[in-house]
Design a binder for this molecule. Structure first.
Ligand SMILES: [Zn+2]
Length: 198
């Protein structure tokens, strides 16, 4: 196992001192501008790929960056979205898929998930994407899934309200692991601050 304890020691010694003022401010302030929803995949690190500082991003990571459509009842993803939008007042939500996604691969290649019932049940939330098209190109599936999850996001009352009041923008991105490219699914280019697509 990677030595997390050594990492913590290095953080305390080499990283924290330079950010002590920031953390002192953050101790009593939590005002992130963006809700970043990404995959739990260890290779997709939101703060790294956006060069964000502590306090900038409110992050939700789920397997396959899936966001179930809103339904009443306890739901960790829904609670996180509601808190970020209705309480923290984030101005942007970024929904980010990625290349080589295990969840999307399982759907594209119709993996047998009989022994993995929790995963099988969870991946049903991806059903709005063209998951079952034979020979679906994985990259197209990843993009389609980002679109489907953006649609699911809009079903959450806090999101719908903020969109109606024009105080929230939704963006769909895909991160390509081997090249480091981040692509906006609407423009096909790099994310641009003036190209929202709510
Ligand atoms: Zn993934």
């Amino acid at each position: 196992m990677h030595d997390l304890a050594e990492g913590v020691a290095r953080f305390r010694r080499d990283v924290f001192p330079a950010k002590a003022d920031l953390f002192a401010r953050l101790a009593t302030t939590h005002r992130p501008g963006t809700l970043f929803i990404g995959c739990s995949d260890a290779r997709v690190v939101p703060e790294l790929i956006t060069r964000s500082e502590p306090g900038d991003l409110f992050v939700l990571r789920t397997a396959g960056n899936l966001v179930p459509a809103y339904a009443p009842g306890p739901d960790a993803v829904a609670a996180g979205i509601e808190y970020a939008v209705a309480v923290l007042g984030v101005r942007d939500i970024v929904l980010c898929g990625h290349s080589g996604c295990g969840a999307m691969t399982a759907l594209a290649e119709r993996h047998d998930l009989d022994a993995l019932p929790a995963i099988a049940a969870w991946l049903r939330y991806a059903d709005a994407s063209p998951a079952h098209a034979d020979g679906a190109d994985l990259a197209a599936l990843v993009r389609g899934n980002v679109r489907a999850q953006l649609a699911n996001l809009r079903t959450h009352p806090s999101v719908a309200r903020a969109l109606a009041e024009r105080r929230l923008t939704l963006r769909g991105w895909v991160f390509d692991i081997p090249t480091g490219d981040v692509t906006d699914i609407e423009t096909g280019g790099a994310p641009a601050p003036d190209r929202p697509h709510a």
